[in-house]
Design a binder for this molecule. Structure first.
Ligand code: ADP
Ligand code: MG
Length: 225
């Protein structure tokens, strides 16, 4: 992971929950944005892509697994979805053939890739990784790691997922190690607030201009603290 190692963990109890996570991401993220999907067969990658479609105003029924076609493009009322499946790709030449780099640069486009780890070297660093883990018949764990180089955008996405999908944000503390296994310790990230709800309230205040500076900053201000 890049930047500070931070991620959001969600749990979904049915496919609607997984679709909602996709919908929120499509609604909130500035485009172009690349979403790398990982998870075993049947984990819910295509369901998640349906959620992305919903967020872009594309009929969900259009979205099927693109395994045999590599790339399918959907045009919605709020944006375009490029839905790719890298499972059968042998190298990155086929990506060139579909104009992968142009898709990634297209404003207004969400590029979602199932089995993205097959083409890791072709993925932009500035992407969002979504891993879906099968935990039961209908239970899935989603891990969203936002690598976009934009702190505000990452905070907005965290807050939206926590609020609308009952997620929790964590950060991996590189300096703290588990005394039992030596692994790095994950810390829930509401701090300094008491809860995700208060963190969201604070964020809304920022967006609402509640913290705006009411007059120009003067030299004396720096001496005040
Ligand atoms: P993938 O694309 O990862 O192979 P799909 O999205 O095509 O997986 O299929 C996921 C299957 O799991 C669907 O049949 C869906 O109805 C079912 N399912 C059950 N619970 C969930 C859940 N919480 N999230 C996503 N899919 C779920
Ligand atoms: Mg699929």
């Amino acid at each position: 992971m890049k930047h500070d190692e931070r991620f959001i963990r969600l749990e979904t109890r049915n496919e609607e929950g997984t679709e909602r996570a996709g919908e929120v991401i499509a609604e909130i993220c500035r485009r172009p944005v690349c979403i790398a999907l990982e998870g075993d067969l049947g984990a819910g990658k295509t369901r998640f892509a349906r959620g992305l479609a919903r967020g872009l105003g594309i009929p969900e029924t259009e979205i099927a697994s693109p395994t045999f076609v590599v790339h399918v493009e959907h045009f919605g009322t709020r944006g375009t979805l490029s839905h790719l499946d890298a499972y059968r790709l042998e190298g990155t030449e086929e990506l060139e053939a579909i104009g992968f780099d142009e898709l990634l640069a297209d404003r207004g486009r969400v590029v979602a890739i199932e089995w993205a780890s097959k083409i890791t070297e072709a993925l932009p660093e500035d992407r969002i990784d979504v891993r879906i883990d099968h935990r039961g018949e209908h239970l899935r764990g989603l891990t969203v790691a936002d690598h976009r180089n934009d702190e505000d955008a990452r905070r907005r996405l965290e807050a939206a997922l926590e609020a609308r999908c009952e997620g929790r944000s964590f950060t991996v503390d590189a300096d703290r190690h588990c005394p039992a296994c030596g692994g790095r310790v994950e810390i829930e990230r509401s701090r300094p607030f008491c809860s995700p709800r208060c963190r969201l309230a604070d964020l809304e205040k920022w967006f609402g201009g509640g913290y705006a500076i009411s007059r120009p900053i003067e030299l004396d201000d720096e001496l005040m603290d």
